[in-house]
Design a protein around this ligand. Structure first.
Ligand code: FAD
Length: 389
């Protein structure tokens, strides 16, 4: 098989890139190691920047998000027993949208199916080859047979544990990492959200976040030790702990119910540089990870896909390599700003085991500054709604 761009991974980065390339008239094939159902079953991100929604719309996959997504104009920061609203719309004239990653993925998969584009699910042992030459290729195994795809370019959109970054010689790449000394225990429940906007809570017992997927489905998180196991957390224990970390009004009005998903995710910041290796390009979690506190992971996957698709369009339409040559630098500038913001939100809101009472007072001073200074509030809002791309 031959194609122009062979994409590894059918997560948000790969699916969006594939759709953008299709709109630009560039052939592409997606190889995914799992089934479509498995990919759709992963409960992950749920907050979209306006730029991400516009990209979905551009590729014909935005109508359900516009119809069903919940537009949010602000968030609340809770500390010292009360809540303080950050008016994002007032500060930036922009909003964010609650619309689950599972829905984004479904809409992109459906758009791909409607366009009749090639996606190979359950592709085992995908391997990129010769990406440092002009003739890169991919091999994979499907139903026991080895297949080969020759292409002009490989797009590694295969997430943090994918094969693309792992295929690069270590000396060709520099990595930057911070592992946080706690995780997030998350629960999904078929209950109405405790509040119409997200609540980020800094509490002596640890961070908590109240978010949602719809008006009847809630997503809640509490900071937990890294060695905690999901089995240790009954639903009752989770709800009890969450209530303790919220202000009285929120705790009193919280509607609880059985969890339909419960998991613990470690928190990490990670960036691999560069994001281009010859004719192979990394996009999304394959190149970088952020802690979810800033809600940036999925949105960075979208901006990378945009930069990369634009670069390929320039290459094919204008016979110019300028876009592919600058892809890594351009994408990394935005990535590092989101990495900084996600680290900053994480640092301000969580209990760090080694920071003691001094650290807690500094956080309180910072939170008080953010909610009482127009400049600081605007800075938070501008980053939260997403920097332009
Ligand atoms: C548990 C969890 C919770 C999260 N929660 C949030 C959140 O609340 N908010 C937020 O903003 N972000 C969150 N994120 C981050 C967000 O989900 C990711 O940033 C986003 O999924 C990135 O999209 P992607 O397409 O780059 O990678 P992925 O979604 O990881 O997609 C990569 C795809 O590549 C496939 N693949 C991997 N290896 C191979 C291979 N060798 N061959 C073929 N295919 C392969 C995978 O199966 C997968 O389908 C969360 C992530 C995780 C893991």
């Amino acid at each position: 098989m031959r194609t122009k761009v062979a994409i590894i991974g059918a997560g948000p980065a790969g699916l969006l890139l594939g759709q953008l390339l299709h709109i630009y008239g560039i052939d592409n094939v997606i190889l995914e190691r799992h089934t479509g159902e498995y990919v759709l079953g992963r409960i992950r991100a749920g907050l979209l920047e306006e730029g991400t929604v516009k990209l979905l719309d551009e590729v014909g996959a935005g109508s359900r998000a516009y119809a069903e997504g919940l537009v949010h104009n602000g968030i609340e920061l809770a500390f010292g027993g009360s809540r303080h609203r950050i008016d994002m719309k007032g500060a930036t004239n922009k909003t964010v949208m609650i619309y689950g990653q599972t829905e984004v993925t479904l809409d992109l998969m459906n758009a791909r199916k409607e366009a009749g584009l090639a996606s190979i699910y359950e592709a085992a042992d995908v391997q990129p080859h010769d990406f440092d030459t002009d003739r890169p290729r991919l091999t994979y195994v499907k139903d026991g047979t080895t297949h080969e795809i020759s292409c002009d370019f490989i797009a590694g959109c295969d997430g943090f544990h994918g094969v693309s970054r792992a295929s690069v010689k270590p000396e060709a790449m520099e990595t930057f990492e911070r592992v946080y000394p706690f995780g997030w225990l998350g629960i999904l429940s078929e209950t109405p959200p405790v509040s119409p906007e997200l609540i980020y809570s800094n509490h002596a017992r640890g961070f908590a976040l109240c978010t949602m997927r719809s008006t009847h489905r809630s997503r809640y998180y509490v900071q937990c030790p890294l060695d905690d196991r999901v089995e240790d957390w009954s639903d009752d224990r989770f709800w009890d702990e969450l209530k303790r970390r919220l202000d009285k009004k929120a705790a009193d009005s919280l509607v609880t119910g059985p969890s339909i998903e419960k998991s613990i995710a470690p928190l990490r910041s990670f960036v691999a540089e560069p994001m281009r290796f010859g004719r192979m390009f990394l996009a999304g979690d394959a190149a970088h990870i952020v802690p979810p506190t800033g809600a940036k992971g999925l949105n960075l996957a979208a901006s990378d896909a945009h930069y990369l698709a634009t670069a390929f369009r320039e290459y094919y339409d204008e016979k110019s390599s300028a876009g592919i040559d600058s892809y890594s630098t351009t994408a990394l500038k935005r990535v590092w700003k989101a990495v900084r913001f996600s680290w900053w939100m994480t640092s301000m809101l969580h209990r760090f085991p080694d920071d003691g009472t001094f650290g807690a007072r500094i956080q309180l001073a910072e939170l008080n500054y953010v909610v009482h200074s127009r400049a600081a509030m605007t800075s938070l809002a501008e980053n939260y709604v997403g920097l332009p791309f």
